[in-house]
Design a protein around this ligand. Structure first.
Ligand code: K7E
Ligand code: CUA
Length: 689
């Protein structure tokens, strides 16, 4: 009790002084009340301090925004820091009716369910995109839209190695897809199926000026495998010819610097051996122009217990070393420009032989079955975390460049890829604890590594040149988390501008941390203050809406989202839609055989026209313009019994098409409670025989 008073009273005084500064009265009565509240809620002095450190007053704003992947929910979650409040969920790979994503709106259909096959990456209704949401499992059957994805690694766009707040890219672990979110309106505008990838894990990361976003395969696929082209292999091929017919691919997807859209026609791929390539990171600063990809299963184990083979988890752990892949992408760009590629399934591919001959690809041994690879803020060090090895292994880009120049190889792999000598490229190792996975950085030359098995975060120093006095890498602090951390994110901790303020531990398990909501427990984000010498756990946030993997944290003021759309702007193009109308005077219905086309004005509290007639079998096309310019004046357009649910933000023009196959009357209505007369905001679609 005594200790409580000693700590809380100064805290209360600080709080009271702050309140006083805001012009409110600070009284000793107020202090006593605060003390009483803390006590009555059973808060320890440390808890009370944590509350003050993370509390955002009503109407206040968070300093940082965290963009977390949603895992197999296929989404991205936007969370404010330090309050740990969920601000938004952005649908990317999965339909989501609140945002009208995947329920008929043209901009979302383009991302999610387009059957177009052009790869220009340029937007616009009917422009066609990349068939991002379409797979054809049979090779000739009807195309079936994919309804899920497994979002793992978000990458905010960068300029000069720093977040610029323009776009966010995220990979789909299940498929070789990348989704692009426009941070002007926080909507997913493109989903690109990357050719020749069945799965993905190595990325997404952005190069320092977002010239490219990188993605590489996880499980190797049949050579030139394409989601739209099935190939036949026999069991014998699979087991005995695996090393010859399967391949990985490192992919550099070109980004349009104006629109952020991905353009396959300017992209390229580098063929890789069929090891299981895992995480990847972009070089920057000292290592700009390089990309790094971890791998495991260089044994190329396929499993097959019935066939008398070891299971993959055993087969893949036989050797003591796997390989860090070091890719010189600036050189690869030149090789592609010189025409040394083959176009396969719509992308330029540099073969493994060419990659070796041109010196684009080198391997470096890394302790068995690593997971994360993370480049330090200046680009000088590359940290590989061991998973099965309690160490982090730190590679130096200077040593790597020297070993490549000196041809300091310990040999070649079976594909002829040179393997750099381990001792020639490693700057040091540091023992951290059990199950190290992922690493992030701060602005003081420290690194933070998640320890999955130990349920802890390890803080260690990067040595020279970050700590001239302290040459070696050194473990300096550890904090327990609850439980089983996967990724972690520090404030801008994977850029050239790390902030060293907060760390979010993305825990896979929560066990006993939250109220029981059934056997599927929420996962748990834990906010940790890393501004002092010792890390301090501040808050828990249950994540009851997905299994996040990676996240990035950006200073909130870097983001410049618009508050409303300019009048008549289409989210598909970010331009004024040719189908926008200026007011209800321009609202109209046009008919031609089999088609009813409507230009509809939407405003508080009516749709114009409010009665639309059609014949059974007609295609109904509705161009909806939300005529509002008031922030937050969003309306919905929902049609019962159809998969039509469009969300129209102020100023937006969006088109929806659907067919009516049964006679009857259908009441379309607004789904957002937009005004006192919201309930009256409805109309009739009358379908006659
Ligand atoms: Cu470690 Cu997909 Cu990044 Cu999950 S991966 S944790
Ligand atoms: Cu518009 Cu409710």
């Amino acid at each position: 009790m005594k200790r409580f008073l000693l700590v809380v009273v100064p805290l209360v005084l600080v709080a009271a002084a702050t309140i006083g500064a805001c012009g409110r009265r600070s009284t000793s009565g107020g202090q006593a009340q605060l003390l009483e509240i803390a006590q009555s809620r059973g808060l320890s002095p440390e808890d009370a301090a944590r509350a003050v450190k993370t509390f955002v007053a009503p109407g206040g704003r968070d300093e940082y925004m965290l963009f977390a992947s949603g895992g197999h929910s296929g989404q991205v979650h936007v969370i404010g820091l330090p309050s740990m409040r969920l601000l938004k969920t952005i649908a990317v790979f999965t339909p989501e009716p609140w945002q009208g994503y995947g329920y008929g709106a043209d901009w979302s259909e383009m991302s999610l369910a387009d059957t177009g096959a052009t790869n220009s990456g340029e937007g616009g209704p009917n422009a066609g995109t990349n068939g991002g949401g379409i797979i054809d499992p049979t090779g000739n059957g009807p195309k079936e839209p994919l309804r899920w994805g497994d979002s793992h690694h978000p990458a905010l766009s960068e300029t000069d190695g720093k977040y610029d707040g323009r776009w966010l890219y995220i990979n789909d672990r299940a498929h070789g897809r990348i989704g692009m979110v426009d941070l002007g309106d926080f909507r997913a505008k493109q989903v690109l199926q990357v050719p020749n990838l069945m799965t993905s894990h190595g990325g997404v990361f952005a190069t320092p000026n977002t010239q490219y976003v990188h993605i590489s395969s996880k499980v190797p696929a049949l050579k030139a495998w394409n989601a739209s082209q099935g190939q036949t292999v026999t069991l014998d091929d699979h087991l005995n010819r695996y090393a010859d017919i399967y391949r990985g691919y490192s992919t550099f997807i070109s980004v349009n610097p104006q629109t952020g859209r991905m353009d396959l026609s300017k992209s390229f791929q580098i063929e890789l051996p069929p090891y299981t390539q895992d995480l990847a990171d972009s070089g920057k600063g000292a290592s700009d122009g390089f990309a790094f990809i971890n791998s495991y299963n260089v044994e190329m184990s396929t499993g097959g217990i019935q066939q008398g083979r070891p299971p993959i988890e055993v087969g893949a752990s036989q050797l003591d070393f796997d390989y860090l892949h070091i890719i010189d992408w600036k050189k690869a760009e030149q090789v592609v420009a010189a025409g040394k590629f083959q176009e396969i399934n719509g992308i330029r591919v540099v073969s493994l032989e060419t990659a070796v001959a041109e010196g684009l690809l080198h391997l470096a041994p890394e302790p068995r079955s690593p997971h994360g690879v993370d480049v330090a803020p200046r680009g000088d060090y590359i940290t590989v975390a061991g998973k099965l090895d309690p160490h982090a292994t730190v590679y130096s880009i200077d040593l790597i460049k020297k070993a490549i120049a000196d041809k300091n190889f310990e040999g070649k792999d079976r594909y002829g890829v040179p393997i750099l000598k381990f001792d020639a490229v490693v700057a040091g190792k540091v023992e951290l604890g059990a199950g190290p996975l992922h690493t992030q950085y701060d602005n003081q030359g420290n690194a933070y590594t998640s320890l999955y098995l130990e349920s802890a975060i390890a803080k260690w120093t990067l040595g020279e040149p970050y700590h001239p006095a302290d040459k070696a890498f050194k473990l300096v602090d550890k904090v327990a988390i609850h439980y089983n951390v996967g990724h972690l994110a520090t404030t801008q901790g994977d850029t050239m501008d790390p902030q060293g303020k907060y760390l979010v531990s993305m825990n896979k398990w929560s066990i006993d941390r939250h109220s029981n909501v059934g056997p599927l427990h929420p996962q748990n984000f834990q906010l940790i203050d890393i501004s002092g010498a010792k890390m301090e756990l501040l808050a828990d946030m249950p994540i009851g809406f997905g299994e996040p993997h990676y996240a990035q944290i950006v200073k909130a003021d870097i983001l410049k989202a618009h508050n409303v759309y300019e009048p008549g702007v289409s989210p598909a193009t970010n331009q004024r839609s040719p189908n926008a109308i200026a007011s209800e005077k321009e609202a109209r219905i046009e008919r031609r055989p089999g088609v009813v086309e409507v230009w509809m004005n939407v405003v508080r509290s009516h749709f114009t026209p409010d009665i639309v007639t059609a014949k059974v079998g007609d295609k109904v096309i509705v161009h909806l313009t939300n005529a509002e310019q008031t922030p937050d004046a969003t309306h919905g357009f929902a049609v019962p019994t159809r998969n039509v649910m469009v969300s129209l933000d102020p100023g937006e023009t969006t088109t929806v098409e659907f067919t009516v196959d049964k006679p009857g009357t259908y009441s379309y209505y607004c789904t957002e409670f937009c005004s006192a007369l919201h309930l009256e905001m409805q109309g009739w679609l009358i379908v006659e025989r």
